[in-house]
Design a protein around this ligand. Structure first.
Ligand SMILES: Nc1ncnc2c1ncn2[C@@H]1O[C@H](COP(=O)(O)OP(=O)(O)OP(=O)(O)O)[C@@H](O)[C@H]1O
Ligand SMILES: [Mg+2]
Length: 393
C-alpha cells in the first residue's frame, strides 16, 4: 500500500471536499472488487485491488500502458478469472458466473462491428440472438439510434461512417440489452483529438440519460477528468488513489499521482521545523524555506516533497514584502529561461536562484496587452501556503 496522505486540510472524508462533484454519492455499490490478484505465470498484472463502484457512476480506470487496466476490466466482464480475491456485481459473487450471464457488457476498443451488417442490424444483433420478438427489437433499436443520434444512418454499413459515428454504433449496440454495467476499454482511442473531446462530453450525456454504470478505461488524464465522477489511478497492477477528479488534482497522495494527474512542480525537501500547527521545509533548489500552515505526519528531518501546481504560483517583477523580524518564506526569485505561449495561457520556465526549475502558468486575459515579462527577466514567484501539497512518498 501507499504511504499516508500528509496534508491535513485534505484529510476530510471522501466526498466532502470543496468542489467535489458527485452525482450520486448515496447510491449503493454495484461493483465490489475484493482483494483481487491476477497473475500470468510469475507476472503480477493486478496486485491486490479492492474497489467499490456505485450504481450510476461514471468511473474511470486511469494508468499508463501495461498497468493492468484491461486485465481488471476483463475480470469484471468474466473473460479472465482472478487468481485470488472476489468480484461481486449487484451483490452476487461472480466467480463462477459466465460472461454472458453477467449483468455487464463490454465495449471493445476496436468496436468489433459487423462490416456486412447495417447500423441497425449491428445494434439489433444481441437482441436477435436473445430471441426477442421483432416489434420489441425494432423499438429498442429505434430508441438506441435516437439516443446516439444515428437515426439517419440506420441503413448504412459501418465502413460508410466516420470514426465517431462507428464509436456511437458500438455504444448503441452495447447498451441495447440494458446492461447494469457497461465496461468501455479506451472507447475513444481511435478518434482524433477534437472529435475525441466532443465525444467525451457526448458519452457523459448519454450515460446520464440512461443511468447505466460506466467503467471507462483510459490512459488519458484529461479524458478521465472530463468524464468521470471518480477516478482510480493504477500503477503496476495496484490502485494508488481513488477519488473525484478535483480531489486527485488538489490533494494527490503521492508524487506519482501528483505528476500523473496534471502538471506539477515537485521539490524535494527536509522537514526542519515540525509543529502541530505548521511546518517549515527546506527544499532543494529553493532559497527560502517553505511554510505550510498545518502539521504533517512525518518526523523532523524526514524527506518530503512539495507539490505546487503551476497555476497556483504568482509571478511578478516586484519582490514580495516580508514583514520585519520574519524569515521570508513561500517565495523565491529567478530568471525566465523559457516562455511557452499557448494562446489562452502562457507557461513560464523560471530558473530559480537555488537551482530549481519552476513552471508557472498565467492566463492571457487581454488580447492586446504586451507581455510585460520576457526572456532573461528577473522575476519573483510566490504562493499561498494553503496551495502547497506535501507528500512523503
Ligand atoms: N494473457 C496474458 N498473458 C501474459 N501477460 C499478460 C496477458 N494479458 C496481459 N498481460 C500483461 O499484463 C500486464 C497488464 O496488461 P493490461 O492489458 O491489463 O494493461 P493495460 O493497462 O490495459 O495497458 P494498455 O494501456 O497498454 O492497454 C501487461 O504487462 C501485459 O503484458
Ligand atoms: Mg489496455
Amino acid at each position: 500500500m501507499i504511504d499516508t496522505v500528509v496534508q491535513s486540510p485534505a484529510a476530510r472524508p471522501e466526498g466532502s471536499r470543496p468542489g467535489a462533484v458527485q452525482r450520486r454519492p448515496e447510491a449503493p455499490p454495484i461493483i465490489d472488487i475484493q482483494d483481487v490478484v491476477k497473475t500470468f505465470g510469475d507476472f503480477v498484472a493486478v496486485d491486490h485491488v479492492s474497489l467499490t463502484i456505485r450504481e450510476g457512476e461514471l468511473f474511470a480506470l486511469l494508468g499508463g500502458s501495461g498497468c493492468g487496466k484491461t486485465t481488471l476490466l476483463r475480470m469484471l466482464a468474466g473473460f479472465e478469472r482472478p487468481t485470488a480475491g472476489r468480484i461481486l456485481i449487484g451483490g452476487q459473487d461472480m466467480t463462477t458466473v459466465a460472461p454472458y450471464d453477467r449483468p455487464v457488457n463490454m465495449m471493445f476498443q476496436s468496436y468489433a462491428l459487423f462490416p456486412h451488417m447495417t447500423v441497425e442490424a449491428n445494434v439489433a444483433f444481441g437482441l436477435r440472438q436473445d430471441g426477442l420478438p421483432r416489434p420489441r427489437i425494432r423499438d429498442r433499436v429505434r430508441e438506441m439510434l435516437d439516443l446516439v443520434q444515428l437515426t439517419p444512418f440506420a441503413k448504412r454499413k459501418p465502413h460508410h461512417l466516420s470514426g465517431g459515428q462507428r464509436q456511437r454504433v458500438a455504444l448503441a449496440r452495447s447498451l441495447a440489452k440494458h446492461p447494469k454495467v457497461l465496461l468501455l476499454d479506451e472507447p475513444l482511442a481511435a478518434l482524433d483529438k477534437k472529435l475525441r473531446e466532443e465525444t467525451q462530453l457526448e458519452l457523459v450525456c448519454i450515460q446520464e440519460r440512461v443511468g447505466t454504470t460506466f467503467v471507462v478505461v483510459t490512459h488519458d488524464q484529461e479524458e478521465a477528468m472530463t468524464m468521470a465522477d471518480r477516478v482510480a489511478i493504477m500503477d503496476s497492477g495496484r490502485i494508488v488513489q481513488v477519488d473525484t477528479p478535483h480531489a486527485l488534482y488538489e490533494y494527490p497522495n503521492t508524487r506519482f499521482v501528483a505528476e500523473f494527474f496534471g502538471t506539477v512542480n515537485l521539490f524535494q525537501g527536509v522537514l526542519v521545523e515540525d509543529e502541530p500547527d505548521h511546518v517549515l521545509i527546506d527544499a532543494e533548489g529553493l532559497v527560502n524555506p517553505v511554510y505550510v500552515g498545518h502539521g504533517i505526519s512525518a518526523r523532523e528531518e524526514a524527506t518530503v516533497w512539495i507539490a505546487l501546481r503551476p497555476e497556483k504560483i504568482a509571478i511578478s517583477k516586484q519582490a514580495p514584502k516580508t514583514p520585519h523580524n520574519e524569515t521570508p518564506h513561500n517565495w523565491d526569485s529567478g530568471i525566465i529561461e523559457d516562455i511557452v505561449y499557448l494562446g489562452g495561457i502562457s507557461t513560464f520556465h523560471v530558473r530559480l536562484d537555488g537551482g530549481a526549475l519552476a513552471r508557472v502558468t498565467m492566463q492571457n486575459l487581454e488580447r492586446m496587452a504586451a507581455p510585460d515579462i520576457t526572456w532573461d527577466d528577473r522575476v519573483f514567484l510566490s504562493w499561498r501556503h494553503d496551495n502547497i501539497v506535501v507528500v512523503t512518498s
